[in-house]
Design a protein around this ligand. Sequence first.
Ligand code: ATP
Ligand code: MG
Length: 664
Amino acid sequence: MATGMAAAIAKADAIRKASEAEKPKKETKKEAKLRKKKEREARRAARKAKKAGVDVGATKTFADDADLSSVEKGNAGKLTSEQARTAAVRAVTGVLSSKPEERDLKFDAFSLMVGGNHLVTDCSMNLNQGCRYGLIGANGSGKSNVLAALAQLDLPVPDHIDMYHLHEEAPATDQTGVEAVIAHVKEEVTKLEALAEHIAETSGPEDERLINIYERLDELDPSGSEPRARKILSGLGFCDRLIPMDRKTKHMSGGWRMRISLAKALFAAPSLLLLDEPTNHLDLEACVWLEEHLANYPKCLLLVSHSEDFLNAVCTHTIWLKPNPFHISEGVGSRGCTLKYYGGNYETFMKVTGEEERVQARAYEKQQADMEKLATFVRVNKANGKASSAKSKRRVLEKIQDEAVDKPMIREPSLVFRFPEMTRLPPPVMPFDKVSFSYSGKKEDYLYQDLSIAVDFDSRIALVGPNGCGKSTLLKLMTGELRPTEGTIKTAPKLRLGQYHQHSADVLDLDASPLAFMLKRFPPHTVPRGMGLPRSAENWSSYLTNFGFHRSNQTSPIGLLSDGQRSRLVFAMLAMNPCGVLLLDEPTNHLDIDAVGGLARAIKAFQGGVVLVSHDFRLIDLVAKEIWVCEKKGVTRFNGAIRDYKKILAKDMLKHRIMQRSFN
Ligand SMILES: Nc1ncnc2c1ncn2[C@@H]1O[C@H](COP(=O)(O)OP(=O)(O)OP(=O)(O)O)[C@@H](O)[C@H]1O
Ligand SMILES: [Mg+2]
């Protein structure tokens, strides 16, 4: 056996050398094809040998535990129970109209239904290599389902296209962060080798799909993989002082395991990378790093993100889930959407669609005026007995009516609300006096030391700083959930706080409908009068419309709502209680771009104090007047705007060389 392997390697080597020696100065096309074929055969032989246990030089970095039994794509087969439930009620149609051996994909007649509702109706989807697509659309329009339809092969994605779908955190196991990232690549290699063997056996070594697979296997060559994996993990915020990448994943929180999942995707760099809201668990630093990293992604990226900054920095194309024309009583998107393609990033998309809408509005107005004029002419001439001239003008009128442009769809804001205020209290309402805090209670573990700050009704603060520096801890000290280890926080007894954090949605009853849930949670006798807040089922329905819920999803179970729709419901709850200070920890997670704008308007109009932790540069830019940096066991005021802070972060990362490209 071993002799056989050695012979195979020797043969592979000999073929490569021979082909190199034979290579003429200037190859003809035919010769190049022949040479590539020989090289492929050589690589295949070498791989076979290696798989059988002979090390041909590559460093063996990972454990030998990969499963060869199934050839599945990336991580697509691993679904959470909620994703599996949605997959069971998803119906997708679509035909592959690009050539099966090509890497650029085109699907025609693509439609997608979930639970009997049309989300995407009869359109084409193009996904070309070298393009980075931003998939945008309102909350609940079906973005996550489009990604899942690709990843779970509801659409006929050819076998040789490798994918990674970022939709869940890495499992909690005994593997360290670094090991988990590298092990994923090993699984990929094993799957691809099995696939290559299968194709070679069934269709022969000439099959063109093998070219892609062998190229991909070369790319995934594990030699030198560990430093690359470490670089990606450090870019995503792992550092020895806080969360070391060598910590076992079972000792990491969900947010950090989500980063491991993201690191796996970036490390494997698949032909089709599907990222659903990748920045949700990241701090500003990691967002800046990821932005730069993905802006160089050389293959095909399909990205769902609600951050304008991020979409602008990363995307070369924008795909809009554009609502089909609908009846006003049904609500936006109730008749599904169509995929509409635009060249350029989100900023370009906004310019182009703005111009499109203006042109359409002008054409529509002119046409309405023409039709009005003709209708009057027909009416007057008919009344005056000039039937023949009335008839000819009616024909013209009918022709215009047949070719009429649609009334332009005005994109109304889908989140319109205000945070009600309580009576103003004199400052300071939340003074910190020499506050020190550590979770262990020990001095040497202090996260904050001798902190003297104050929040009042005029505060507009954005808290920034890397993950683990203590932003959420500071918010918990403000709410009283945590008590200072030393020092005091004398919060005004009458002060009422409005709070949003990443677990806010946990209070929702998934079996109830939004309407039933709100009626139960806020019985009429508990709702203050005179503030325009809902007190009857009728009022609740129009209240929920302002949060983007059209009639049908007001009455369907909350468990079937998209993530963004659930976040909107949390804001609907938050806006029911008058308060003096809003403490918002990552409030934009899951909200679509339009809703982030609605949230920004509500914060700006609020007359109380605001403390905000967010990775959304645009939101901070819109609402914050002060930027507080949590660092060195204290809080310092940054002298400048958030965009200046972003520039400093990017510069710092370049200085520390973690911004270098890691794709090759
Ligand atoms: N199991 C299900 N049964 C019925 N409808 C469902 C089910 N799961 C999801 N839906 C519906 O499908 C629609 C699209 O959901 P999806 O999560 O794809 O939207 P999205 O565009 O990703 O939204 P978001 O921006 O909030 O993430 C939503 O209106 C949701 O209510
Ligand atoms: Mg989604």
